[in-house]
Design a protein around this ligand. Structure first.
Ligand code: PMP
Length: 312
């Protein structure tokens, strides 16, 4: 991952040079993590670059802001346009897009109300999050000693900046112990999710995942994969998942905007995934990239001027 090709960003209503997308060190968000953000992907398609499910990402951004009591001073149409502008001005085809809203400089008491809400959009090429080999061969994961915080402690359904300390701790611990990713348990010891991904298990014709009762961030990729799995004729179950079930699963995989659909090849060094469904679902997601309406009805895209396509 590199920012070398990112020449333009967007901040508070204007396209600006990447190097001018700066903030003062006294910004509230920098001290207390008071911000919300999204991770969005844009893919090259035969009809031009298309932003994958932008409406769903913007809905979650506004919902995250609301659960933190933050008012975003731009509407969803304006942010959609800002995102398209950033992709277009940088001349990106495939890229990752990061809209961010945070409390800027004003006061440094805990109450951020007197701070302005700053809004920025960045984009950069980001091919694979867990590595090209991980996407193909699967990743080795560990169960984290860090638990995922409970919804009575933090708004788990919000993608809020400060909450990611939990993910950073879990990932660093996993990497330090030689694993590619961490799987966090919830406060009750059930499976929650990866540091930046949702989890799916497969047994026979069943595709199983958990939901927000288990402290997950409900992913937009998760939602697409659920639809694709149903569409492919799998029996989908959304329920509590245990460590024992993970170890007994025939397959397991992570889903996320950055990680896309990444097979899990080993859990705490136990190996045995077959990858069958994972490959099918991956090809399903790739089919949405190629605008295959038969596989995933409702996720098709349509061209809109020279802008990236946004209504997948
Ligand atoms: N859980 C966490 C903690 C995440 O950070 C992400 C990435 N946004 C996900 C799940 C997957 O969400 P999505 O598919 O919307 O990217």
């Amino acid at each position: 991952m590199s920012f070398a090709q990112s020449k333009w960003g967007w901040m508070n209503g204007e396209i600006i040079l990447w190097e001018n997308a700066t903030t003062h060190v006294s910004a509230h968000g920098l001290h207390y993590g008071t911000g919300v953000f999204e991770g969005v992907r844009c893919y090259e398609t035969p009809n031009g670059p298309a932003v994958f499910r932008l409406d769903a990402h913007l809905d979650r951004l506004y919902a995250s802001a609301e659960s933190c009591g933050m008012l975003i001073p731009f509407n969803a149409g304006e942010l959609a346009e800002a995102i398209c502008q950033v992709v277009r001005r940088n001349d990106f085809r495939d890229c990752y897009i990061r809209p961010l809203c945070y409390y800027g400089s004003g006061v440094l008491g805990l109450n951020p109300r007197a701070c302005p809400v700053e809004v920025a959009v960045l984009a950069w090429p980001w091919e694979t999050y867990l590595g090209a080999e991980g996407l193909e061969q699967g990743v080795s994961i560990t169960i984290s000693p860090w638990r995922k915080f409970h919804s009575s402690m933090m708004p788990t359904k919000a993608k809020a900046c400060g909450q990611y300390i939990n993910s950073v701790l879990a990932l660093r611990d996993a990497l330090d112990r030689g694993y590619a990713e961490a799987l966090l348990l919830d406060a009750d010891g059930h499976l929650a999710e990866g540091s930046g991904e949702n989890l799916f298990l497969v047994r026979g014709n069943q595709v199983i995942t958990n939901d927000e009762c288990h402290s997950i961030l409900p992913g937009i990729t998760r939602d697409s994969v659920l639809r694709i799995a149903r569409d492919l004729g799998f029996e989908v179950e959304v329920r509590t998942l245990s460590v024992a079930e993970l170890l007994a699963a025939e397959e397991a995989f992570f889903t996320g905007t950055a990680a896309e659909v990444t097979p899990i090849s080993e859990v705490c060094r136990r190996s045995g995934s077959r990858f069958f469904l994972c490959r099918l679902v991956t090809s399903g997601l790739f089919a949405t990239r190629c605008v295959d309406e038969r596989l995933v009805p409702g996720l098709q895209c349509s061209p809109r001027d020279s802008n990236p396509i946004t209504n997948w």
